[in-house]
Design a binder for this molecule. Structure first.
Ligand SMILES: [Zn+2]
Ligand SMILES: [Zn+2]
Length: 333
């Protein structure tokens, strides 16, 4: 079987290896569609905090697949089922896991970071982390469960009020998913402060009422930061009404400091809330939402490549012009 292996320092290659084997509590899955994102670029370029990656690593943490083989102790799954698997592998025993905060499990372990990912023809996962995807859900939507669970986790943490005025900063996948998802909390309006004018059409498809590339004059109850731009984060404090909330989802880079006017934060009685990854419950909530038919993210996948075309896929991730949504490998069906 083939897999896409990253060695760090921008060295990536397709390797051919033996078919994988499973234990009694595992599933062997053939990835169908595997998205790539900025974090994959950081893994490839060794730009990520080394504590979070074990090299060499098969990348691919945003994916859906089809079951090839079911472990002897596993019930509830059959060969041919279409599934997604939680990427963060919680230990289930530490105080964070017991408290339901599995995104903060004290033993960090994640598919595509510390263990082999899904930019491959096969992947092995523990069955208890696997969820069935209904037939009405597209491969594209299913492959986007991972980034969507990240957004779900953040939105659940800030618990937006009905009728909130919402600004989303950024126009990448996380920003576009946030725009789509926030509608389930009945906002009054959703604006997007993007980086590239060419993203406007995708933003409109995500339900954005107003797309802009220069700072807004309006004030918002909730600002969701998904650009990772230090400059944008600094100024975002001034986009909030008093009592407003800033939800930080973007990464600026581990060596970049972001200046913030603390007086504005205190005078404004603002809440600055960050969110990391997703818990098991956010993942399940995301899968349930897709399976219910109340969320469709098919529009978001704009670029598709075969695994052997990885160099073009990575180059597109770096520099494909707008409109650009998710870039994905189509590996199976
Ligand atoms: Zn990602
Ligand atoms: Zn744990």
């Amino acid at each position: 079987m083939k897999s896409l292996l990253a060695y760090g320092n921008d060295r990536v290659e397709i390797i051919e290896s033996q078919n994988l084997t499973i234990s009694a509590d595992e599933l062997l899955i053939a990835p169908i569609m595997t998205g790539v994102c900025g974090t994959d670029l950081e893994i490839i370029g060794s730009k990520i905090d080394p504590a979070f990656v074990h090299y060499p690593i098969v990348i691919g943490h945003e994916w859906c697949g089809r079951i090839l083989e079911v472990g002897s102790d596993v019930t509830g799954f059959s060969q041919g089922d279409r599934v997604v698997a939680e990427g963060i592998i919680p230990c289930g025993e530490c105080f964070e896991c017991v408290g339901g905060n599995t995104n903060r499990c004290t033993t960090y372990d994640e598919i595509g970071f510390t263990r082999s990912g899904a930019a491959a023809q096969q992947i092995v996962v523990k069955a208890h982390l696997v969820h069935l995807i209904h037939d009405n859900v597209s491969h594209e939507s299913a492959a986007l469960v991972e980034p969507t669970a990240v957004v779900t986790q953040g939105i659940l943490k800030v618990a937006p009020r009905i009728g909130a005025k919402v600004l989303i900063i950024g126009d990448g996948t996380i920003a576009l998913i946030a725009a789509k998802l926030i509608h389930n909390w009945s906002p009054d309006l959703v604006h997007m402060l993007g980086l590239k004018a060419g993203q406007e059409e995708l933003a409109k498809e995500a339900g954005v009422d107003l797309f802009m590339t220069t700072s807004p004059v309006e004030k918002y109850d909730l600002v969701i930061e998904a650009s990772g731009s230090s400059l944008r984060i600094s100024e975002s404090i001034r986009f909030l009404v008093r009592g407003g909330t800033l939800l930080l989802l973007g990464f600026t880079g581990s060596d970049i400091a972001t200046p913030i006017f603390i007086d504005d934060v205190v005078n404004g009685d603002l809440s600055l809330i960050s969110s990391f990854g997703y818990s098991r419950s956010s993942w399940k909530a995301t899968v349930d939402l897709l399976n219910s038919g109340n969320l469709d993210l098919t529009f978001l996948v704009t670029h598709r490549f075969s695994l052997s075309d990885f160099a073009t896929a990575i180059e597109s991730l770096r520099s494909a012009p707008a409109p650009r949504g998710k870039i994905a490998f189509v590996i199976g069906n």
